[in-house]
Ligand binder design. Structure first.
Ligand SMILES: Cc1ncc(COP(=O)(O)O)c(C=O)c1O
Length: 475
């Protein structure tokens, strides 16, 4: 059977990319031009471009056309899926987390640790202009408490954007919080009590492990595929055996693995947890940073019973220091609002007003599109450099979102030692062990690629590669 026309065209372009005729960052012919030139319809060319986009070979840039992507280092394999039988555990890496947080504040370090974008990529100027304008025109902006659910203008904007995620929130269903971290804390407390078990991806964000520990709950790490997410079979098994009360996932941009789950998997997770009356907490903090032009759905989009609580914030995309987050708590809203009052009474008004005004101004989607392109490129460049400099046997993720790379080094490399040696050389990274409640991932590190590529980042990666090789030799 002859291949369809669009596939023939896509293969021709792919060949040109592989041969280097079209290099990373090059613009590929416009849809119209290629359609005329090849005597095929516009929709055939578009189909070919979408096929290449799905394979990660090209990317669409708003109003500019299609461009060849910097590829991931194909010579380096992705981390392996490991599936030890899970059991509830208490987190004990808190002292290393404290070291990591101190390192993140060190201004002289090369910033490959903290999960933050380069300040040069953020719309600081516009946010400051809005802030000045609010302070000038409404000097009493903070003279009262903005009790839960929070500033209405902001909740309206979040509700509007929920359509992009396949949801349809009303502003009254959203509670604003002090960052996503408070949203997660409130959600956990609303659905579980001390001693109860929370199912998590493995690895997972260390802040959540610390929160669970501090509330006297127990974490159970469900084996997680580095690109396909938590095993639904093992989650169901854990629910049956250990009476799991809630499950926490990052379906659109996992920290640290960077995957985006398919709609099928999201639906499976929602159906499975709802069937067992387990709350599903969805951390969507990286959801606006999914690479590509289309915004994937939230797991919440498949929620029929109100058992999914979505948590997010503007920390990773606009202003981490504003501490503006939110939660759509589904059927747990009254309890979340009560806990919000107990926890911090209300969220600060001024940053909420600034972000609401920024979203109202209309440039957010365009800004995000540019930010995603810059971050996707950073991630690929750092991945290629790490592939070149790190010891043989290294495995690296190929993220679909965000700016984090998870690097599995050869088993004998002690990643906490590597973290300390790197810090002594003024480089910050995050050791893998803090992403686990059971001491797994002690040979892994997380690299943040939020900062624009520079000679100093290149040199830092050379140093990291050398330090890892030294540790390997001395083990
Ligand atoms: C996955 C994840 N959730 C939550 C948070 C906390 O977010 P916020 O700074 O908005 O409190 C972070 C911060 O790094 C994170 O990576």
């Amino acid at each position: 059977m002859k291949p369809p026309l669009y596939l023939k065209l896509a293969h021709q372009l792919e060949e040109q990319i592989e041969r280097g005729v079209l290099g990373p960052g090059d613009r590929i012919p416009s849809v119209r031009w290629l359609s005329r030139r090849q005597g095929v319809s516009i929709s055939t060319v578009l189909e070919a471009y979408m096929w290449l986009e799905n394979r990660g070979a090209i990317e669409a840039r708003p109003k500019s056309g299609f461009f060849v992507r910097v590829p991931f280092a194909k010579s380096v394999p992705e981390p392996r899926f490991q599936s030890p039988s899970p059991r509830p555990a208490s987190y004990s890496a808190g002292s290393i987390v404290a070291e990591v947080l101190r390192a993140a504040h060190h201004p002289a370090t090369v910033p490959l640790g903290a999960a933050l974008p380069d300040p040069a990529l953020l719309p600081n100027h516009k946010l400051n202009q809005i802030l000045h304008s609010i302070v000038r025109h409404n000097p009493a902006h903070s003279s009262g408490y903005e009790f839960s659910p929070g500033v209405e203008a902001l909740r309206r904007q979040i509700a509007r954007r929920s359509l992009e995620y396949g949801c349809n929130f009303s502003p009254s269903e959203i509670v604003t919080t002090n960052g996503a971290m408070e949203a997660l804390n409130l959600s956990l407390r609303a659905v579980a009590k001390p001693g109860e078990v929370i199912a998590l991806e493995s690895p997972t964000y260390f802040g959540v492990l610390e929160a669970i520990q501090s509330m006297g709950m127990r974490a159970i790490e469900i084996p997680t595929h580095p690109s396909e997410g938590m095993s639904c079979e093992m989650l169901e098994d854990a629910i049956r055996k250990h009476g799991v009360k809630a499950c926490l996932v990052m379906a659109n941009g996992h920290n640290p693995l960077g995957y985006v789950l398919s709609d099928d998997t999201k639906k499976r997770l929602v159906d499975l947890t709802a069937r067992h009356d387990v709350a599903l907490i969805e951390d969507n903090i990286y959801g606006d940073l999914v690479f590509g032009a289309r915004q994937p759905k939230l797991a919440k989009a498949f929620d029929r019973k109100g058992t999914v609580l979505v948590c997010s914030s503007f920390s990773k995309v606009l202003a981490p220091g504003f501490r503006v987050g939110w939660v759509q708590p589904g059927r747990y809203q009254a309890e979340v609002e009560r806990l919000k009052f107990i926890n911090t009474v209300a969220a600060p008004s001024l940053p909420q007003m600034v972000i609401a005004r920024y979203l109202e101004s209309g440039g957010y989607e365009r800004y995000l599109a540019r930010l995603r392109i810059a971050l996707a490129e950073n991630v690929r460049i750092v991945s290629q450099a790490a592939a070149k400099y790190f010891p043989e046997g290294t495995r690296i993720t190929r993220p679909d979102a965000g700016y984090l790379l998870w690097v599995e080094l050869p088993k004998k490399v002690d990643a906490v030692k590597l973290f300390r040696a790197a810090l002594a050389a003024d480089i910050s990274i995050v050791p893998g062990a803090i992403f686990s409640a059971t001491g797994r991932f002690d040979h892994c590190i997380r690299l943040s690629c939020g900062y624009r590529w520079s000679d100093s980042i290149d040199r830092a990666l050379v140093t990291l590669g050398r330090l890892a090789t030294d540790l390997l030799r001395s083990s």
